[in-house]
Design a protein. Structure first.
Length: 113
């Protein structure tokens, strides 16, 4: 995990004991990640001031506004990456995708649904 990303959970959840992999600062990033990094940086927090939590039927907290915002953000990120292509061979070009390459961390069990 890149130090910029690992710093927050390391300090707040793991008493500063998370360690970054040895290649994290030297490895080459895939083109889609480079493109997103130029738009967002490595780590972004969004403060959704007017959003509010509620409870679902199982009494798990949820925030519908945050869930919708996240869904739209992922769609936007995918639209950026979909403009990129790579060649498999001289005749075959494939679009880049974030499918199976993006993770969303949420403290709300109800958001997973």
């Amino acid at each position: 995990m890149h130090p910029v990303i690992s710093a927050f959970p390391s300090v707040n959840f793991y008493s500063s004991k998370l360690e970054d992999g040895p290649s994290v600062l030297t490895r080459d990033l895939d083109p889609e990640i480079v493109e997103l990094k130029s738009s967002f940086g490595r780590l972004v927090f969004f403060d959704l001031i007017d959003s509010s939590e509620s409870l679902d039927q199982s009494m798990s907290k949820k925030n519908i506004f945050e869930a919708r915002f996240t869904s739209e953000l992922v769609k936007y990120m995918e639209s950026i990456v979909n403009k990129l292509t790579y060649s498999i061979d001289e005749k075959t070009t494939v679009k880049r995708t974030l499918k199976d390459r993006i993770g969303i961390v949420t403290p709300y069990k109800a958001h997973i649904k």
